[in-house]
Ligand binder design. Structure first.
Ligand code: SF4
Length: 468
């Protein structure tokens, strides 16, 4: 039979990447290609508030949208606004603000939905899950030294700085990262930066069981290059460190940074030292929608691969209205793999932070998506959809032990102790809970949560109940 006539749920079609024309925005009508490709220009022209968004988009962006955004910033936002021109330009990529229907298209745009959330996006019934929390993965609780989370036996997360060149509305580190918003004050590091980084290196030297360091933040693109290079170079001097992953959404949000001569030259030095020591350096980025993969992003990824590092990988976040279909995930994965040589690796369920219920998917939806994307991409590039279970860690969505779909509670187990469970005899036999959004539950489940919300103590329904 001719393969071309077999009907398939998803039809692969290679798509050439395009850089949307930024001059369609009135505020950027005179911006030259040289300015656009300058990291300095991009950083200086980030959109940080409603007024600046109006200046870029002009009168084509309806006042009602701006008021909706303003209200969200004042009443709900957990992250302040920071959108580089590169990212704003990928929203409604083929429509100019003076065309009819621009605001509606802008409102429906997947990148807009997570980078510029508005008040009416959020759930009015359950804006937050009752068990949502600021540091929902308890990363600070597991700091071995300030900023260094030791959650898994062989791996650590180094939060080297609390800022990024772009702020995502759903940021899981909303407790620490970015500027305060009217609703959320941010945790401040106690130690000066250099002292923190020095104590991280000292801890890793004294802890030979750790072989893998995620250098994150924040986004490493905001650390002055000489400081980042010195830190990574010091990691390369520790004999037990075999994998180093640099976390940077800016590879997509501000590819101009990674294309800069100083950064490329520095990565070449690090790549050469890593090869000499037999260590793998990879860049992990965070792309959630296919339209974000532009020729500049592909150039930045390939420039990094050209420095001799091991890989560039993507960890996206599953978000409703952004990438909650098999088609969206496959389009994104093929754009990354085929056109930018970025390895699709993980998609995370959105973590249980305040104000995230309108973005979050249920575990059942995530399992269905994992099923639907199997078989199209090469096995090595088929992303795993994972749930980051508080106190347990990343678990593939099909690894759940038990799942109460009426109450939306999934139970998980694990096979290692985190840094806060050294003396805990039950750590490996306990079940750890994760919660679906309540608005997706059947009526009896929603009723149960409403009753619990009214009288939690009387019903004895505390978080401890869910962790045996
Ligand atoms: S880039 Fe990462 S750390 Fe920075 S705001 Fe976005 S999700 Fe948070």
């Amino acid at each position: 039979m001719d393969a071309a006539v077999i009907e398939q749920p998803y039809v692969y079609q290679r798509r050439e990447l395009t850089e949307p024309d930024w001059r369609r925005f009135p505020g950027w009508a005179d911006v030259t290609a040289a300015q656009w490709e300058s990291a300095q220009w991009q950083r200086a022209h980030c959109v940080k508030n409603v007024r600046q968004l109006r200046e870029v988009a002009g009168a084509g962006l309806a006042e009602a949208f701006c008021a909706d955004l303003e209200r969200d910033q004042h009443e709900q936002a957990t992250m302040s606004m920071l959108v580089p021109p590169q990212m704003l330009n990928t929203m409604v990529p083929t429509t100019a603000p003076d065309e009819p229907g621009f605001t509606e298209a802008f409102c429906a745009d997947p990148v807009r939905r997570y980078m510029i959330p508005v008040f009416s996006d959020r759930r009015a019934d359950w804006p937050s899950h009752p068990y949502a929390s600021r540091d929902s993965l308890h990363e600070a609780e597991m700091w071995a030294v300030e900023g260094l989370t030791h959650r898994y036996p062989t791996k650590v997360l180094a939060e080297v700085l609390p800022t990024c060149p772009q702020y995502c509305g759903h940021c899981t580190r909303m407790d620490l990262v970015g500027n305060p918003t009217p609703k959320v004050g941010k945790h401040k590091f106690g130690l000066p930066r250099d002292d923190r980084l020095t104590s991280m290196i000292a801890y890793l030297k004294a802890t030979p069981g750790v072989r893998d360091v995620v250098v994150s933040g924040g986004d490493v693109a905001n650390l002055p290059w000489p400081r980042l290079e010195a830190f990574v170079s010091a990691l390369l001097d520790i004999a037990n460190i075999r994998d180093i992953r640099l976390a940077s959404k800016a590879l997509m949000g501000l590819p101009q940074h990674w294309l800069g001569d100083d950064v490329r030259a520095g990565m070449e030095r690090l790549g050469a030292k890593a090869r000499e020591r037999g260590v793998s350096i990879a860049i992990h980025t965070h792309v959630n929608a296919a339209q974000s993969v532009t020729p500049l992003v592909a150039r930045a990824a390939q420039a990094m691969l050209g420095t001799g590092i091991r890989d560039v990988r993507n960890q996206g976040v599953l978000l409703r209205g952004v990438n909650d279909s098999a088609r969206a995930l496959l389009d994104l994965s093929f754009a990354l793999l085929d056109e930018a040589k970025i390895m699709p690796y993980y998609f995370y369920l959105c973590d249980m932070i305040p104000g995230s219920e309108h973005w979050r998917l249920s575990l059942a939806e995530a399992q269905q998506l994992q099923h639907q994307i199997m078989g199209y991409l090469p096995g090595f590039a088929t992303p795993r959809i994972v749930c980051d279970v508080p106190y347990a860690g990343k678990r593939w969505v099909h690894q759940v032990s038990r799942y109460d779909t009426d109450l939306g509670i999934s139970y998980w187990s694990k096979n290692y102790r985190t840094g806060v469970e050294t003396g805990d005899p039950l750590a490996l036999s306990r079940e750890y809970a994760y919660y679906d959004p309540i608005h997706l539950l059947p009526e009896q489940g929603q009723r149960w949560w409403r009753a619990r919300d009214r009288e939690p103590a009387a019903a004895g329904l505390t978080p401890a109940r869910f962790v045996r």
